[in-house]
Design a protein around this ligand. Structure first.
Ligand code: NCD
Ligand code: ZN
Ligand code: ZN
Length: 420
């Protein structure tokens, strides 16, 4: 039996000072005593002990692009970020769009330090109009379906996918993007695009497909989850859809909450991602959406790339930034310390809510449940240093003197075992 003593424990959505007893990977009791059967004592030193964080949107790049990230490095980075369960997107090479490839992916995922729940693609190779074998992939263990990286262009394809996914009580996570409106843009349409002379991405590339999908979701009843929303109109559409009883949820990334295209001063691709950083007006609407509950959760969209894929300016570099090692400290500093919300609410957005919405065995500290926990020193102040990252991807805009953060992950436990 293990004991975590002096825990400032987030239990039942309240902070309490207690000790935790862990036996066979599960939480056995929460107590003020120290039992004599304890074999190992971990001193949490009055730091916050939270349910392990849950990120439903990461890219671990294996198989196919292991120079960017591997399941090992990605999961080590996740543990370093306080995460114990992550949802891995299927835009790996090959896309796991049949049972054989999917089972191979699940096998590879055994290399992970954290729990990986695996998305399967909605359509073959993520880009075709032909649906993947949805029922078979669900049976093989797909926790949800997504073509992340690509919008589903054909409304009939989307409608059929929603019908079949809803029959399974599974989830459809959509990267909403109309390819024609996207028009090979690389940055948000606005003053920064004009100043830098770069091809721009219209907001309607996101919102027009979102509006369509919400109506299809209404018709089919599927749980429709919107990935990385980035615009004011997206928040408004989702607010209206929720009021109308449509089964929709959505995520926002820390970068869309903390940065806008006004922060892009030079042609630096560490600010290039899809969807792009939008305007200050959009950013403010996203923050309001988080505060009023329209936005359900924070997800990082951790998208590691190699150095020479990101040092070619906006036109030629890859889309995406890393996020799993910076997410909690950034959100804690800029949302909790700044007074916008309490830490209970942040943990809900980064653990309890995503687990609940995707039906994952995670997100709460409960007697009898697996001990997936993080110990976080909320008072430790520091700057992110690239040499501290465990991810292979160093493509983040959050290093440098502007980003002094508080909140350092000290230890992470999965099934009661220390993984960071
Ligand atoms: N977000 C990104 O800019 N890139 C993601 C794909 C995606 O999330 O759409 C990637 O896989 O690199
Ligand atoms: Zn995406
Ligand atoms: Zn993504």
């Amino acid at each position: 039996m293990k004991l975590i003593k002096n825990a400032n424990l987030l239990y039942d959505n309240k902070l309490i000072k207690k000790n935790l007893v862990i036996e066979n990977g599960k939480l056995k009791k929460i107590t003020s005593q120290i039992d004599n059967k304890i074999t190992e004592v971990i001193d949490a030193k009055n730091n916050l002990v939270t349910p392990g964080l849950v990120d439903v949107h990461v890219h671990f790049r294996e198989p196919g692009q292991v120079h960017k990230e591997t399941i090992k490095t990605g999961s080590e980075a996740a543990a370093h970020g306080g995460f114990t369960t992550v949802g891995a997107m299927p835009n790996v090479i090959p896309v796991p769009d049949n049972v054989e490839k999917f089972e191979h992916q699940v096998k590879l995922n055994e290399r992970s330090k954290v729990k990986i729940v695996q998305y399967a693609p909605v359509t073959l190779d993520e880009i075709s109009d032909q649906l993947s074998p949805i029922e078979k992939l669900s049976n093989a263990g797909a926790f949800a379906f997504s073509n992340d990286g690509h919008g589903i262009a054909n409304a009939k394809t989307m409608f059929d996918a929603m019908e079949r996914i809803s029959q399974l009580n599974s989830h459809l996570a959509a990267h909403v993007e109309d390819q024609n409106l996207f028009n090979k843009g690389v940055i948000n349409s606005g003053k920064t695009a004009t100043r830098l002379g770069l091809p721009a991405i219209q907001r309607v590339a996101e919102t027009s497909q979102l509006a369509r999908d919400l109506l299809l979701a209404k018709e089919t009843g599927v749980h429709y989850h919107v990935c990385h929303i980035s615009t004011k109109d997206s928040v408004e559409l989702i607010r209206i859809a929720k009021d109308a009883g449509i089964n929709v949820s959505c995520e926002v990334t820390p970068h869309h909450l903390l940065l806008s295209d006004e922060d892009i001063l030079t042609d630096d691709a560490n600010f290039k991602m899809n969807p792009p950083l939008r305007s200050e007006t959009d950013r403010e609407a996203l923050i309001a959406g988080v505060l009023d509950g329209t936005i359900d959760m924070i997800a990082t969209d951790h998208a590691p790339h190699a150095k020479d894929e990101k040092n070619k300016g906006f036109l030629k570099s890859a889309f995406g930034i890393t996020g799993i090692e910076t997410s909690f400290p950034l959100m804690y500093t800029l949302f909790v310390q700044s007074g916008l919300m309490n830490v209970e609410r942040l943990i809900s957005l980064m653990s309890t809510r995503p687990a609940k919405i995707f039906n994952l065995n995670a997100g709460t500290i409960e007697i009898g449940k697996t001990a997936d926990l993080s110990i976080i020193d909320l008072n430790d102040e520091y700057f992110f240093n690239k040499s501290d990252f465990l991810s292979k991807g160093l493509n983040t805009p959050f290093t440098g003197a502007d980003w002094k953060v508080s909140g350092r992950i000290k230890q992470t436990y999965v099934n009661g075992e220390k993984i960071y």
